[in-house]
Design a binder for this molecule. Sequence first.
Ligand code: SF4
Ligand code: SF4
Length: 299
Amino acid sequence: MTGTIFNIQRFSVNDGPGIRTTVFLKGCPLSCVWCHNPESQSGQPELMLLENRCIRCGACTAHCPQHAIELTDRVVTDRTLCRCCGACLEFCPAAARDIVGRSITVEAVLQEIERDRPFYQQSGGGVTLSGGEPLVQAEFAIRLLQECQERGIHTTLDTCGYAEWKIIDKIRPFVDLFLYDVKIMDDIRHINAVGASNRLILQNLTRLAHLQQNIIVRVPIIPGYTDDCENLASICSFIRGLPYAVSMDILPYHPIAAEKYHRLGRKYTLRDSLTVDDEKMMHIKSFIEQYEIMVNIGG
Ligand code: SF4
Ligand code: SF4
């Protein structure tokens, strides 16, 4: 069985307990305006161009079988023609071109995971599936987590929760910890910022809590989108109303994504200058603690 991934990150410390290997799967049903992994949104491999490296030699134009590349005052790739064949990468002397996303078997991912087993044992770590949204490639994700559990490796699923319940119910036995994103409680605001309703997400979270799954709710703190008192209070009330206690992680916005959008030939609609400082995160943490919810500031 194969899946499409865009990264395997070893020694990860922000994606669950201990030292972890995080496998990033491609494809996401949401399109958050602040997404810091825009390369994860499409389920297909994509071409990335690091324009600041390009020396305008023209070698790529000559070797593209699709005739998708034009050299003017800069190198321009027509992404509607590009088939992500990778031919241009081989001839670029500046390593300015890259394909993000590759097909990989479950066995090959497991080989990578096994390399770090001693670190999992020492630190109480394990494997985390992230993305993108891992549930978009549900069968691949299930098989991978099942194999990890059978090998005694702790499993974490980092999910936006936007999936049919039958899929979540199927993967649930193989997940030791859910990192479950909750972003905006007002549904209209959610649709505008994320591209879909939050109803299914909240329903699935409630059902998981009824089943006493181990869950940490993760809230990204995005200025102007998720960081207002009304939204945070609403999230806290919802969490307090769940039938099983869950803790929270709050994740500060990082403006690291702008360059990635540029490399993918896409527009970044948020201001590059948005930041969330430590003081603000501490303030939000105190605010949430008033609801008697255990909360940590994530990385
Ligand atoms: S990846 Fe292939 S199709 Fe796309 S620009 Fe490069 S050579 Fe052309
Ligand atoms: S081969 Fe690389 S350096 Fe040369 S024009 Fe193409 S992208 Fe630029």
